[in-house]
Design a protein around this ligand. Structure first.
Ligand SMILES: NCc1[nH]cc(CCC(=O)O)c1CC(=O)O
Length: 307
C-alpha cells in the first residue's frame, strides 16, 4: 500500500465542518473500496471562522465560508472541498463544479430554550444572526427581540447558557452531526420553513477535473441533488443575498419536485409564500416561483432582493 492519498479533501476546521468532512470521507472510501488514508482531510481556515464578532451579512456574506477553499481548489492544492450547501453562494466561479450532494439530513430547525414557538416567554431575547430566522420569529412573535449571536454550534449553545439570549435556533442537521441529540425542540419544517439547502452537504471540485468528478459522482445522491438544485435555483432567481430572509422546503413526489418558499420583511411584519411543482431537473420552474413571490411582495420586501 502506498501512503499517497487518492484524493485531498479540503474542509473548514469547525467541529461541524470536520464532522461533515468525516462523513464525506467515509462515503468516498465505502464507494470506492478505499482504506481511510486514501482521502486526506486538509483543514483550511475560512475568514468566516476568523471573524466572529460581527454578523456575517455585514462583513462580506457567504463568500467568507468558501473563498479560501475556492482558492485552494483552483490552485490545485486540494482536489475537492466539502461544504454545508446552505453556506455556499448560488453564483459560483466557472472553474468550480458541484461534484456530489450527499443524502440529505434532517432539514428542520431546532428551537433551544423553549418547548415551542408559542411557549417562548413574552418579550424574550432570541439569539440569531440569520435574517431568515430573525424575520420568521418576529413574524410569529413580534413581542420578541432579536440579539445577534454568532460562532459555531457549541459557542452559540454556551452563549445561551451564559444568558446572552433566552432562546436560539439551530439546524437539526448540525446538532445531529455533532452528536447533540435531544437538544431543544425540532420545529416541523412544514410549519417553520428551513433555509434553502439546509441539511445538505456538497462536495465541489474543479470543473475540468474529470477524474475527481467521476470519483465524486459515485457518492452523489440524485434526489438530494434535485432538491438542492431547485432550492438554489429559487435563491438565485430571487437574487437573494445574506440579508434576504428566504425560507424554502422541497420534496420529491414521484417524477416531480414540490417546492414551497416564503420571503419576509426584515421585521417579520410581512410574509409571502408560494408553492410550485417542478419536473425533476427543471431549474427554470424555480424562477417562476421567485417571480411570482416578488410580484406579490411589497417594496418593503422586494428591496431586500435583486442583488
Ligand atoms: N450557518 C452555519 C451553518 N451552516 C450549516 C449549518 C447546519 C448544517 C446544515 O444545514 O447542513 C449551520 C449551523 C446552523 O444553522 O445551526
Amino acid at each position: 500500500m502506498t501512503d499517497t492519498p487518492r484524493l485531498r479533501l479540503g474542509t473548514r476546521q469547525s467541529p461541524l465542518a470536520m464532522a461533515q468532512a468525516h462523513e464525506a470521507r467515509d462515503r468516498l472510501c465505502r464507494a470506492h473500496g478505499w482504506d481511510v488514508h486514501a482521502v486526506e482531510l486538509v483543514p483550511v481556515i475560512a475568514s468566516g471562522d476568523r471573524i466572529q464578532e460581527r454578523p456575517l451579512a455585514e462583513i462580506g456574506g457567504k463568500a467568507l465560508w468558501t473563498k479560501e477553499l475556492d482558492a485552494w481548489l483552483v490552485e490545485g492544492r486540494i482536489d475537492a472541498a466539502v461544504h454545508s450547501m446552505k453556506d455556499v453562494e448560488t453564483l459560483r466561479p466557472a472553474e468550480i463544479a458541484i461534484g456530489a450532494i450527499l443524502p440529505r439530513a434532517d432539514v428542520a430547525d431546532v428551537l433551544v430554550g423553549a418547548a415551542s414557538i408559542r411557549g417562548i416567554p413574552q418579550g424574550a431575547r432570541v439569539g440569531t444572526s440569520a435574517p431568515r430566522r430573525a424575520a420568521q420569529m418576529l413574524h410569529h412573535r413580534p413581542d420578541c427581540t432579536i440579539v445577534g449571536i454568532r460562532g459555531n454550534v457549541a459557542t452559540r449553545l454556551a452563549k445561551l447558557q451564559a444568558g446572552e439570549a433566552d432562546v436560539t435556533l439551530l439546524a437539526a442537521a448540525g446538532l445531529d452531526r455533532l452528536g447533540e441529540h435531544g437538544v431543544g425542540t425540532r420545529l416541523d419544517p412544514e410549519e417553520w420553513l428551513p433555509a434553502p439547502s439546509q441539511g445538505a452537504i456538497g462536495l465541489e471540485c474543479r470543473s475540468g477535473d474529470a477524474r475527481t468528478r467521476e470519483l465524486l459522482a459515485a457518492i452523489d445522491h440524485a434526489e438530494s441533488r434535485w432538491r438542492v438544485e431547485a432550492e438554489r435555483g429559487l435563491l438565485a432567481s430571487l437574487e437573494g443575498t445574506c440579508h434576504s430572509p428566504v425560507a424554502a422546503l422541497s420534496w420529491i413526489e414521484g417524477e416531480t419536485i414540490g417546492l414551497r418558499a416564503a420571503i419576509f420583511a426584515e421585521d417579520g411584519s410581512e410574509r409571502f409564500e408560494g408553492t410550485i411543482t417542478l419536473r425533476a431537473g427543471d431549474t427554470d420552474g424555480a424562477e417562476r416561483l421567485a417571480e411570482d413571490l416578488l410580484a406579490r411582495a411589497s417594496t418593503n420586501v422586494t428591496r431586500l432582493f435583486g442583488g
